[in-house]
Design a protein around this ligand. Sequence first.
Ligand code: ATP
Ligand code: MG
Length: 316
Amino acid sequence: MAKLEASGVTVEYVMPRNGEHLVALQNVSLEIEEGEFVSIVGPSGCGKTTFLNAVDGLIPIKSGRIRLNGREVKRPGRDRAVVFQSPSLLPWRTVRDNILYGLELQGRKHEEQSREIVERLIEVVGLSGFEHVYPSQLSGGMQQKVNLACALAVDPELLLLDEPFASLDAQTRELMQEELLKIWEATRKTALFITHAIDEAIYLSNRVVVFAARPGRVREVVNIDLPRPRPLSLKRDPKFLAYADHIWALIYDEGRKQQANRGNNNGNSHSNRERALSGGGGATTKPGRSTLRRLLPAAFRKLRDRGASGPVAVVR
Ligand SMILES: Nc1ncnc2c1ncn2[C@@H]1O[C@H](COP(=O)(O)OP(=O)(O)OP(=O)(O)O)[C@@H](O)[C@H]1O
Ligand SMILES: [Mg+2]
């Protein structure tokens, strides 16, 4: 049995203005095995975040089924932890106390084991010596490492990451990819990772799922047959570059279709079109403002519903 089984997932949004239905995902099927690292790439607006939110149980699906460990996903749960693109931590808490937060929510604040988990994670994410500093005293990359540690602290069954490095500069982003891979190799957490950067997806993943332009469908699943551990220099390997070319061609094709559709729809354009076409050759892209606007309120709503405001790395 696969760890995550999504079969025939369709998601529709109802536009509040006119009541029209927008099909964001159509008949998406995807299985992720225990300990696998799977990325989703695709043109902007193709439904990547929607799929992640559906797996997180945040939005209802119209049809299909999502199961984690054989159990139907109906709402958010402790078996999943999410890291969003914007590093956002509780500013009045130190690094250590931010990582402890998820365990506190589970009523495990005073357990000896919780202290050990936090200490080990600080080491794993390479923040030893920064335990007692506050988020404002950390760089963006370091803050995102804390977010990652927050998500890992609760030992989720599935780690969901939605463009976690999108707001970092190119150099920090590469270093974070290397760090994430080390962490993943140490923990072997089953991970679903969303990105626009093709090189990031290939470098990290066992498989890269390319989504078709909206409505989101699985266009192709590319198995990444590259050895691990993976040094960053692997990105210059001809086999790596061949994967990048192939995925780039798929996304380019989808981007062109999307553009053509928009032309037919009388200029009803998506402001992030260029992003869909700029992921090739390892290019990194900035997070769309629309994505930020949508995601952040959703993240805080989730925390508010639990009666607390907290880090954007959502733990339960
Ligand atoms: N809450 C919502 N209400 C209505 N439409 C939505 C909502 N959230 C997303 N959409 C629409 O669903 C489609 C898929 O959006 P989604 O955010 O999942 O795409 P994405 O692939 O993550 O895009 P990006 O790469 O820009 O982050 C888009 O057309 C978007 O406008
Ligand atoms: Mg998105």
